[in-house]
Design a protein around this ligand. Structure first.
Ligand SMILES: Nc1ncnc2c1ncn2[C@@H]1O[C@H](COP(=O)(O)OP(=O)(O)OP(=O)(O)O)[C@@H](O)[C@H]1O
Length: 348
């Protein structure tokens, strides 16, 4: 069933591969993470968690800080380029301040990465075989013959035809979709517990976007891994993510199960984000009024205050904490009124 804007009211979150319910300590726990870049707090006290075997969608407008968070999680943003406070714990290990040498043992081994643009991520000077074998040899210590056999299996598993022959190909000899499949095979080569995929399909033709997302999800579920997807597309997020974290100007404004957050958004920003989704059959689009404040004009309180239809004087002055209620978290001083309105089935 679909509500307005083509987003399923009850997000299936890949009904064919059900995710485990949250149990035990989270695989990833980010707590009050602030990241400053050039003197600006690009991330402001970000708090979220990800359970083992679950998929999390990071949503928000351009500039919200989604990629920054993803890059920080894999250690690609570190001092002195940025300043970080707070905590990011992966399987209990603190990532803030983790030495680069230690990150190198996590990246590609326990945390896999898929970027938007495979043609930029793959090295044009090395063959596909070299690049798929590299993490297998480095992290899993396979010898050359073992790595080649495993690389053929991996390329085969991501739908590369005639995988053994393709080992000798260079990236430019493959289509964009095939390059993306190669990157997915590299990211998952060492069976990582966590996959971070930053806009994994937005550089591809729409005709193959769905195939690639389905491929990633199938492989992630088969491995029992967790995944973070940085996405713009709410309908896609509702189909592939168990949980959603909505970001606005570097702050988390709403988190929770995908079917709750996208089916029945509470935060005024999430409500606005969902209303401005473009659909072919949309009768009326409702773009979010206003623009994201610049780094120099950021309100001290809720950063959405300048655009919020429910703004109160307190909102711009005091930052609303992320409060847990009814299975989701919300950063809004109007939380009680929003929840009451939602339970009565009326717009706040
Ligand atoms: N290399 C950089 N140097 C300085 N500031 C940066 C850099 N990259 C990003 N930023 C700033 O960090 C903030 C967050 O950007 P980020 O790319 O993380 O957002 P995003 O939500 O991923 O956006 P998009 O969806 O467009 O990728 C923005 O204000 C951006 O201008």
């Amino acid at each position: 069933m679909y509500v307005d804007n083509g987003i399923p009211a009850a997000a299936p979150a890949d009904a064919g591969h059900p995710a485990p319910e949250l149990a035990g300590p989270p695989l990833l726990a980010v707590q009050d993470l602030t990241l400053e870049r050039g003197g600006n707090a690009v991330l402001d006290r970000v708090t979220l968690s990800l359970g083992a075997g679950r998929t999390l969608g990071l949503l928000g407008e351009s500039g919200a800080g989604k990629s920054t968070l993803a890059m920080a999680l894999i250690g690609l943003l570190q001092a002195p380029e940025v300043r970080m406070q707070g905590s990011m714990r992966f399987d209990g290990e603190e990532l803030v301040g983790l030495p680069e040498k230690r990150f190198q043992t996590l990246r590609g081994r326990r945390i896999g990465l898929v970027f938007q643009d495979a043609s930029a991520a793959l090295d044009p000077c090395f063959t596909i075989g070299d690049q798929v074998c590299e993490p297998l040899r480095r992290h899993l210590r396979l010898d050359r013959r073992q790595a080649i056999e495993r690389a053929v299996e991996l390329l085969d598993s991501v739908g590369i035809p005639d995988a053994r022959t393709r080992l000798a190909a260079y990236p430019h000899q493959l289509s964009g979709g095939m390059q993306q499949r190669v990157m997915i095979s590299i990211a998952l080569a060492c069976n990582p517990e966590l996959l971070i995929a930053d806009e994994p399909t937005s550089a591809l033709d729409v005709t193959i976007q769905a195939q690639i997302m389905e491929l990633i999800l199938t492989r992630v579920r088969a491995l029992g891994s967790s995944a973070i997807f940085v996405l713009h597309d709410l309908a896609l997020a509702s189909q592939v993510c168990d949980d959603i974290a909505v970001m606005y100007a570097g702050q988390i404004v709403e988190t929770g199960p995908a079917r709750a957050v996208l089916g029945h958004p509470l935060h005024p920003y999430t409500v606005g984000l969902r209303r401005c989704v473009v659909e072919l059959d949309a009768v009326r689009l409702e773009p979010l009024a206003g623009t994201v404040p610049g780094a120099a004009d950021m309100p001290a309180g809720c950063r959405f205050a300048t655009r919020c239809p429910h703004v109160r004087p307190r909102c711009a002055a005091e930052r609303p904490p992320l409060v847990q209620r009814e299975g989701r978290s919300l950063a809004c001083w109007e939380i009680d009124r929003l929840l009451a309105a939602a339970s009565e089935g009326v717009a706040a």
